[in-house]
Design a protein around this ligand. Structure first.
Ligand code: MG
Length: 285
């Protein structure tokens, strides 16, 4: 990564009022924490440095995620965890979707996010007017996709409007020492099928809510209570979500090389250049 200056975590703590961290690929993976993450979070908690975790995950409520972190030795209170699932609430409010019959592909917590947004959650065999893809896990995959796709096609054939919402725009995520399919890959299956059956309906795609879109950054700024967004810095491992989101929102960004990005600087397009790169999370390194 030529010409992208290095920074360390102590400098970031000094330079910015509020640190925003991605979760997967930065602090933790599915099986445990990344090197330095526990020391860092302990340090931030001890000095009472404001920070938030901005995650595109919509499979776990903040409380559930906090408990999972605790099992890894990370002490993060639920109010510091901002998930893409929690953005459903604002989306449903703005779009007037409260009370809509909603089928949710995902975990029990994914369905809870929809309920908290005001949806009436129904099963794939029931009548629905909103489809939420909350996660790629937690349901019988092929059977559910088949049932929802069939019902969706029938609705569209009857010219009935259907809302399509996907909190998590991620296609893949780090899984163990490899990669896993994330929820937007499920969305692509639907979108490819919709495009095949309704080629003159380019509008038939899922609204994506999480990073790189601004709503999650706006929520962090609101919770931080800082006057200027320039007080915030985003620390992430993905160019297309963390870094693009930070750039579009107008804040500085830090790319860590622990996660998903194949971070050869020569491959980073000019429009996606992070402000800094960082090699270790651990304070004092
Ligand atoms: Mg990540």
């Amino acid at each position: 990564m030529n010409n992208i200056p290095d920074i360390n975590i102590d400098q970031l703590i000094e330079r910015y009022s509020v640190l925003l961290f991605d979760s997967y690929g930065v602090l933790a993976g599915s099986t445990g924490t990344f090197p330095g993450a526990v020391e860092l979070i302990n340090h931030l908690n001890r000095i009472q440095k404001p920070y938030f975790i901005l995650t595109n995950d919509a499979s776990a409520l903040p409380g559930t995620r906090s408990d999972k972190y605790a099992a890894f030795g990370l002490t993060v209170s639920p109010d510091k965890i901002i998930t893409s699932g929690s953005l459903l609430k604002g989306y449903f409010r703005v779009k007037g979707l409260q009370g809509s019959r909603c089928v949710v592909l995902g975990t029990e917590d994914s369905a809870r996010y929809a309920e908290e947004a005001g949806a009436v959650v129904v099963g794939p065999q029931d009548e629905f007017d909103t489809v939420v893809i909350g996660d790629q896990s937690g349901f019988p995959f092929v059977e559910t996709v088949d049932a929802v796709m069939t019902a969706l096609f029938r609705r569209l054939d009857r010219h009935e409007h259907t809302n399509l919402v996907m909190p998590n725009p991620d296609l893949i995520y780090p899984e163990g020492d490899g990669f896993g399919m994330a929820s937007a890959s499920v969305g692509l299956i639907f979108e490819a099928a919709l495009n095949l059956r309704y080629p003159d309906r380019p509008d038939l795609c899922f609204t994506r809510l999480g990073k790189p879109h601004s709503a999650i950054f706006e929520e962090a700024h609101r919770r931080a209570g800082t006057p200027s967004i320039r007080d915030l810095v985003m620390i992430g491992d993905q160019l297309e979500t963390d870094i693009r989101g930070a750039i579009d929102f107008g804040i500085d960004s830090v790319l860590v090389d622990t996660g998903i990005t194949n971070a050869d600087a020569r491959n980073i397009p000019d429009g996606l250049r992070p402000t800094y790169r960082m090699h270790s999370l651990a304070p004092g390194t």
